[in-house]
Design a protein around this ligand. Sequence first.
Ligand SMILES: *Cc1c(COP(=O)(O)O)cnc(C)c1O
Length: 298
Amino acid sequence: MNQKLHIQFPNFISLTIKREDLIHPVVSGNKFRKLKYNLLQAKAENKKTLLTFGGAFSNHIAAVAFAAKENGFQSIGIIRGDELKDKIVANPTLQFAQECGMQFEFVSREAYRSKSEPSFLEELKLKFGDFFLIPEGGTNALAIKGCEEILTEEDREFDYICCAVGTGGTISGIINSALPHQKVLGFPALKGDFLQDEIRIFVQNENWELITDYHFGGYGKVNEDLIGFINTFYSDNQIPLDPIYTGKMVFGVIDLIQKNYFPAHSDILLIHTGGLQGIRGMNVKLKSKQLPTIAINV
Ligand SMILES: *Cc1c(COP(=O)(O)O)cnc(C)c1O
């Protein structure tokens, strides 16, 4: 569903937001798109178990746990950080995933880094038996196929399409389905310049660009400006944004409008990729540091 924002911007610029966050309260937005064809493939291969990887607040972990339950799979989550073992109750994401029946394997950050090595996967096979592997963040060719369905007929008229970037899977699908007159802008939620190459693996079109100035210090990092922005945006528009991805992207787009980045009369489409389950975990973190929290009930 596309929702036009009733904010007056300079230069007759208009903003519309695609509410992929409304797809499902937990398996929202791009995680739903990314899992769709992977679940079909797992069923076709007669797999009984889904296995994937993620951090403690991962939208992907929550989405896989829920989708597994809904579709009759067992699920296993390999979680980064063995210190989290005793902290499941303090972590809304892990608690939710556990309630969905996900079984956890907590590994050290060091072991986690070797997660795509054949020897590590062999070990997992010995331990858990046969499984359908979904990579960290859910990005693979089937996920990108799912994300090619985000843009539809009604989006032909937009000049710019903006979306948050983690692993680059979602934006790859969007780039593949964007029209030649459209420009796709990606806002990485993390530091580093490896993403450009990751995306190039999956796309052929050239009408895209990464805007790397709005990661707010790196993945999962926030500051009071960002939290204040998310809260104001919510009270002005009644649209909830998450602090890890969509908050940073929308902050970036509005900042760029104010800096005259976009030509006059640009029609901009923002992709709301969801991720709202992450708000509770972020608020636990903010509270423990006595910082202002996100005033959105999820
Ligand atoms: C995972 C996620 C992203 C990033 O998607 P990638 O395909 O990894 O780039 C963006 N927004 C939200 C809300 C997410 O949960």
